[in-house]
Design a binder for this molecule. Structure first.
Ligand code: CP
Length: 308
């Protein structure tokens, strides 16, 4: 297969296993490119991409922008907080105004779940979801699986536990879809209040004892406690959460195998993981960020080939 089955990247839910393998093979090529002395290719010289962010971002925004520039696309950056959205302009009007400047692709982060799906039905450009509320964050899940593949050789058959606030996490949902598609065994672990009731219907196991989860896994993906999405108290105190669900070096070293530690960032150091875990040789957190550029180059390149 040499092309994606989709025109937009709205969620991992809409991809198949062949799409993921194609993205990974394309990312392998781009990873080699960005490690050369000349890190740029002319592939998308005729493509214009708008990055529109209605929520804060460091990694995703910079990674998309760099990926687009490495592919020689023309890039527009739009931040809602400095725009006419503040004067009441709607999402569709905002995007249609941007598109009238002959933009081919829109990369969007938005606080509302389904914002990218909504947009894809109302505008002509190809839409890439860079995180929509607590729904999906597809490029994060792709770079996470790609990093597991790079570290452990394969994703199929690996035991992966996702720890923390599963209820509010777009990273968790996209990772579950991506890992299951590739044949990984997946568990979620966290306080019962932060584990959605439907989660087992997605084919994942549930564990509320962190020690047992870590004994089982090859990879632990530690999620951030998203204080900005916690409308009520889901656990007594942050200190108590850390005692039950935080990974420190003593716990990591007490396991009888070397597990891989992942985190999508931003890290709350000392809450979900301690600094000596985040910075340990078992952590691939910065490899995830590095791989994000190659994965996003692959996604943009493959989607652009469908609009040419
Ligand atoms: N992982 C991630 O989405 O980070 P940002 O919010 O900084 O983009």
């Amino acid at each position: 297969m040499s092309e994606l089955s989709v025109k937009h990247l709205l969620g991992i839910k809409y991809l198949n296993e062949s799409d993921i393998q194609l993205i990974f093979e394309t990312a392998d090529h781009f990873k080699e490119v960005i490690n050369r002395s000349i890190k740029k290719v002319p592939s998308l010289r005729d493509i214009t991409i708008a990055n529109i962010f209605f929520e804060n971002s460091t990694r995703t925004k910079l990674s998309f922008e760099l990926a687009e520039k490495r592919l020689s696309a023309d890039v527009l950056n739009f931040s809602a907080s400095q725009s006419s959205v503040k004067k009441g302009e709607t999402l569709i009007d905002t995007v249609n105004n941007i598109l009238s400047m002959k933009v081919d692709m829109v990369v969007m982060r938005h606080p509302n779940p389904g914002a990218g799906i909504f947009l894809s039905k109302h505008v002509k450009a190809s839409i890439v979801n860079a995180g929509d509320g607590a729904h999906e964050h597809p490029t994060q899940a792709l770079l996470d699986s790609y990093s597991i593949r790079e570290k452990l050789g394969d994703v199929a058959g690996k035991n992966v536990v996702i720890v923390g606030d599963i209820l509010h996490s777009r990273v968790a949902l996209s990772n579950i879809f991506a890992l299951k598609l590739q044949g990984a065994n997946v568990k979620v672990c966290g306080p019962k209040t932060l584990l959605p009731k439907y989660i087992e219907s997605l084919g994942v196991g549930v564990e509320t004892n962190l020690r047992k989860a870590l004994d089982w896994c090859d990879v632990a993906n530690m999620l951030r406690i998203q204080n900005e999405r916690l409308d009520i108290s889901y656990f007594p105190t942050t200190r108590e959460y850390t005692q039950q669900f935080g990974v420190n070096k003593k716990l990591l070293d007490s396991l009888d195998k070397e597990i891989v530690i992942m985190h999508p960032g931003p890290i709350n150091r000392g809450v979900e993981i301690t600094s000596d875990v985040a910075d340990s040789k078992q952590s691939i957190i910065l490899n995830q960020v590095e791989n994000g550029v190659a994965i996003r180059m692959a996604v943009i390149y493959l989607l652009a080939s469908k609009i040419k």
